[in-house]
Design a protein around this ligand. Sequence first.
Ligand code: THG
Length: 633
Amino acid sequence: MQDNTTDILTRELKKRILVLDGAMGTQIQDLGLSEDDYRSDRFSDHEGQLLGNSDLLSLTQPKAIRDIHLEYLHAGSDIIGTNTFTATAVSQADYGTEALCYELNFESARIARDAADQITRENPEKPRFVAGAIGPTTRSASLSPDVNDPGFRNITFDDLVEDYGTCIQGLVDGGADIILIETIFDVLNCKAAIYAAKKAFRASGTALPIMISGTITDASGRLLSGQTADAFWASTKHANPLSVGFNCALGADELRPYIEQISRTSDCFISAYPNRGLPNEFGEYDETIEHMVSAMRDYAESGLVNLIGGCCGTTPNHIRAFSELAAASTPHARTVQPRRSLLSGLEPFTITEDSLFINVGERTNVTGSAKFARLIREESYEEALDVARQQVENGAQIIDINMDEGMLDSKAAMVRFLNLIAAEPDICRVPIMVDSSRWEVIEAGLKCIQGKSIVNSISLKEGKASFVEQARACLDYGAAVIVMAFDENGQADNLERRQNICRRSYDILVNEVGFPAEDIIFDPNAFAIATGIEEHNLYGKDFIDACTFIKKELPHAHISGGISNVSFSFRGNNPVREAIHAVFLYHAVKAGLTMGIVNAGQLAIYEEIPVALRECIEDVIYNRREDATESLI
Ligand code: THG
């Protein structure tokens, strides 16, 4: 039944523009209900006010809610949203009704289901659907409510997953056809909802389509948490949503550029259900229906949308007008996107097959920088943030963060630092690479980041089962992965093992886990060269040859390496180290290296390195002479 509904929905969406409903709040207000009406018999003894808890009406005034749904259905809504916008425990706690969460969602879905089914029976040619609405809550997982403590949070990802999980289960059990995550102002909250939905779908064996709708509340064109429309798409694409779009906010006129933007970058159906303009000083909406309809007509005529509806202030009359408009318009044709990795901080970052070399800043690593290690140990987080900021200023397009040190509580340090970074737009505009050899540290980090990050790293080190489990988790959190050439027998240290492990990892990820190949970044182990140990003589050449192999044999995957590792035996001699990095990069990039973890401020240029030195380094890298290392020294 459920799969069938999804098929029908998709078919309808290809054919025509579907109409959502309008505001529930405005309709409820018009009823002029009293405190006693909100309570009914069931909550007559409840302590504290219940007036204003509109989702509670699904339990106490179910007929009123059903009638509002019917009005919208009669006006032409194809999809109605459940009366559950604030039916999370976080929001219900304001009324002391948080224990009702499951029931509120279940009953609200049931009421909407009944109403939709009744109207579908009357006219089976126009099937009606129920979208289970998930609101943003009043709390924000990536913003601090305390201006004096930007790293503070009053809600965590885990809290939200649990809360949303209950809501989603109620909506699914009550008969919703779709999960609609709406009015998203903090994309980390949305990612928690996506995570909860995937978990709930797996547990119940029913996967409903997901619709995602953000809200852009200011003229800078960003969500409240700072992301642009494209970054928002990059961060939520892993939900594989049926639709993405925007609702609420400034009204149809102001929303248009962002709808246009996301219709170009995403590859799913596009939704738009704006407010009826901006409210006046009394909180009322004055914008005329004609005005809103003419703005929406422009959306439709420009081929931008597949789903239209109204948010705050809109009424069944709006929906009636939108239905006429929809019937006379052609739907947006989903944009076909090239295969590419879409990452994000506050801004999007795209990796394609022809991307130029990408700098990943290495300095925010307690094992790679004595200074950064000291700052973290001493809890000098302000200065530690400066290290990150300098990396970005010096050209790092992604920053690697590593807190793996025995003396540290790595998990706590990772969480603290990432929460602080989230308050620094000049740092968190770039994507983050969460670097740890401990999965629990990586997972704690992913729960703090609203953007699409890179996990550094996973591998077959502990066997296939945990590799698969971690890869699946990356899909649930929405992260790309670095896969190290490492298996049950250890780290690959020759070309053949590098090739075999990368291929085996790729096959498992792509064929068994369903991981998008463009979100896989192989690291074929950049080891120190010129160490004087004979077994190390091919380390440089094997890495480069492994790049050639990956590029050719493992389609769409990308390649990374820890470049400063290569020069480790020249520690203390920075000019030579930098020359080695430049020469090594020059050849590795030619062989297909996509990105390198580097000291972003200190990259020398191949052509500027004295020829004699350059040749010495090339002799070492390619193991061209017996005395290569000696002559370099
Ligand atoms: N692959 C992947 N991730 C990685 C690595 C890799 N993460 C960590 C590391 N290797 C890459 N990062 C660094 C960071 C710093 C240095 C080397 C690699 C480094 N630091 C100087 C030193 O130790 O001599 C500077 C010391 C200081 O400033 O105190 O060389 O390979 N996936």
